[in-house]
Design a protein around this ligand. Structure first.
Ligand code: PMP
Ligand code: GLN
Length: 402
């Protein structure tokens, strides 16, 4: 048989699926893949259920139901002051995953260069490559994950078509600052490039950090494709409803990409998300504050166990240096995450999975805190028991020898 697509044959199954399967196999508490273990708002779920039963289950319009496009446009204005024409500048997709692919398809020709920032979400690189475009990687360094401005500027050149920017950022919880965004905006203008802005964690920011869409900066309205996800905003990750907001000059191509990927997105979910996006400020405030207290609970617990927990200003995740816990036994992050899944029955994601270039850091694990408090506590307890057991195991030979 002739070989199949070599790019797809060359990549493995996503780390999230691999680690979730390993967690299930070992009966581990899964703090790996980022999904809440609590339900989204009941009125939104009920709206989706009711919408199944009122005979409007055929293909919705290609770019999304008008009521959802209007709700997305209204949310853009309400949260960020962005004006968008719901009829011409919003496209509903099947998840942000599709929105990212459709946006890249809309912009890129083979040979175009795309600036990507490591650590990066796992679909970015394969999709860029499948489109025949050329990734230019720029790396943020822990523990501060600051934008390396000189390196970013050097990654831009005459063939740069776009940057793909994720803020708040998975896995490191970074929220790009106004100054960093201004620096990026300047590069985009100087190189006449677009920005695909993966803003799925837009409402999940902590400690007073506010998400700033790059699109709101001067000169950026026409250059940015801003992507949101109902999965994250309503804690319903299985729903896969995403939305792209962009200038009408770009929206036509995004719609054509969507037309060739999925064409439409389930209408009942669209109607429910439209209702959700119009919820009061109290909903959005408590979404963030509840997650913040879960972050604090997990971070404090991991710190007590000796992990080097890095600050997270947004997203579902904290990253933690496990070397202080493992000491001389520290292996790489893949081995560590496998080990704690099997031995402590707690699963995390190796952060090196978010890197493509050589010499990625291999001493960080990503823990999801979008879980009930009791589950976070149970995970910490399991880690404490595992750690105590290790202490005994390590001490025993020494005692015998002494
Ligand atoms: N981008 C990032 C950074 C993510 O973490 C996720 C996680 N699901 C997605 C995109 C995909 O979102 P969706 O589930 O809406 O496809
Ligand atoms: N975005 C989720 C995470 O980072 C996972 C999504 C997926 O499993 N593909 O954990």
């Amino acid at each position: 048989m002739k070989p199949q697509n070599s790019l797809l044959s060359g990549i493995g199954t996503t780390v999230f699926t691999v680690m979730s399967a390993l967690a299930a196999q070992h009966g581990a508490i899964n703090l790996g893949q980022g999904f809440p273990d609590y339900e989204g708002p009941e009125d939104v779920v009920r709206a989706a259920a009711d919408a199944l039963l009122d005979n409007r289950n055929q293909y919705p319009p290609l770019t999304g139901l008008p009521e959802l496009r209007e709700a997305v446009a209204a949310a853009n204005h309400r949260f960020y002051g962005i004006q968008a024409d719901p009829a011409a500048e919003v496209i509903v997709t099947s998840g942000a995953t599709e929105a990212i692919t459709a946006s890249l398809m809309a912009i890129l020709d083979p040979g175009d260069e795309v600036v990507l920032i490591e650590p990066l979400y796992d679909t970015y690189l394969p999709v860029v490559r499948l489109l025949g475009a050329v990734p230019k990687l720029v790396r943020l360094a822990p523990p501060k994950w600051e934008l390396p401005r000189a390196e970013l500027a050097a990654a831009f050149g005459p063939r740069t078509k776009a940057i793909l920017l994720n803020s708040p950022m998975n896995p490191c919880g970074k929220v790009f600052t106004a100054a960093e965004l201004a620096f990026i905006a300047d590069l985009l203008q100087r190189h006449d490039a677009y920005a695909i802005c993966d803003e799925v964690y837009e409402h999940l920011t902590f400690d007073g950090w506010k998400h700033i869409p790059l699109m709101t900066l001067p000169g950026m309205r026409e250059r940015c494709l801003r992507i949101g996800s109902a999965g994250k905003t309503f804690s319903l990750t299985g729903w896969k409803v995403g939305y792209v907001t962009c200038d009408k000059s770009i929206a036509g191509n995004v719609a054509k990409a969507h037309q060739n990927l999925t064409f439409t997105t389930p209408p009942n979910l669209q109607r429910a998300v439209a209702l959700g996006l119009r919820k009061g400020d109290d909903y959005f405030d408590s979404l963030a504050s509840t997650l913040q207290s879960r972050r604090d609970r997990l971070a404090a617990g991991l710190e007590r166990l000796g992990f080097g927990v890095l600050p997270a200003m947004g997203s579902y995740f904290i990253t933690a240096d496990f070397r202080p816990v493992m000491g001389a036994e520290a292996a790489d992050d893949v081995a560590f995450c496998q080990h704690i899944t099997e031995a402590a029955k707690v699963t995390a994601i190796p952060v090196s999975a978010f890197y493509a270039g050589a010499e990625a850091p291999t001493h960080y694990a990503r823990f999801a805190f979008c879980k009930n408090e009791a589950v976070l506590d149970a995970a910490l307890e399991r880690l404490a028991t595992w750690q105590a057991g290790r202490g005994v195991a390590r001490a025993a030979p020494r005692a015998a020898a002494g």
